[in-house]
Design a protein around this ligand. Sequence first.
Ligand code: BV8
Length: 243
Amino acid sequence: MLQDARGVAVLTGSGISAESGVPTFRDAQTGLWSRYEPQELATPEAFARDPRLVWEWYAWRRELAKQAAPNPGHKALAALEARVPGVVLITQNVDGLHQRAGSQNVTELHGNIMRSKCSVEDIVAESREGDTGVPPSCPNCGAFLRPDVVWFGEALPVRAFEVALEAARGCDLFLSVGTSGLVQPAASLALDALRNGAVIAEVNPNETPLSRYAEYLLQGRAGEVLPALMEAAFERDPGGHGG
Ligand code: BV8
């Protein structure tokens, strides 16, 4: 299917970054953060109530992401994009590891933790040199900066979701990798693909609410399964002419 696919939509979640050492959203947040529910901190209300705490949580996660390296799962998807013209990579992750693995065209549904934006003007902004504020201030208007990610209760970037919806509706193969499929509206993309006749394949060590709709359940870790998938689809048949 991979060799002959006209369009492949890939949706990734935090599971693909687990082998890079980035904790998944539902893993207990290690150390300092174990007493907070991510869903409690990743909200505008939490930031309004305690901007310092929320900013420090993201600063900690940003450091983890910076120290992390793309794993063979990320790299296999970059290879897939180079190999199959109609691949569209959509990610719920904010860690930027797909880009660092070499994926050229990444649609980030939930923003990117490496970017900050003004919490009032809603434009991307970085703190001034020497601004030791926690959170730092917008150089333009002085309001708090915040991470440029989508919090619970916030709308997804319109363009990104449009691209994702178009990919889901136009693909013949929808590959769901490392996502528990619990967060909307990202989780609805797989069903959009199904309604439009696509085949669903899922890469996840565990079952998810999506598993029952998947024609192929590749139950394992993305860092192992995706390279094996690429090997099976392309290396053994270097011509890639089906068979
Ligand atoms: C919106 C950025 C409205 C921030 C994130 C009740 C019912 C249904 C929906 C709702 C509801 N109440 C509220 C909602 C809506 C809400 C939602 O879906 N809530 C859920 C929890 C029920 N959604 C929203 O609020 C969205 N916005 O609806 O706005 C609106 C509309 C118009 C105008 C105004 C408002 C916004 C959602 C985005 C939230 N932001 N991230 C940050 O990162 O801090 S979501 C965040 O959680 C991640 O980005 C990710 O999307 C999600 C976590 O999901 P996963 O990635 O799947 O990770 P998880 O840990 O769950 O699972 C990991 C999986 O990997 C597991 O299955 C595991 O088995 C697997 N795995 C582990 N290791 C490996 C592996 N797989 C492969 N290899 C491995 N090695």
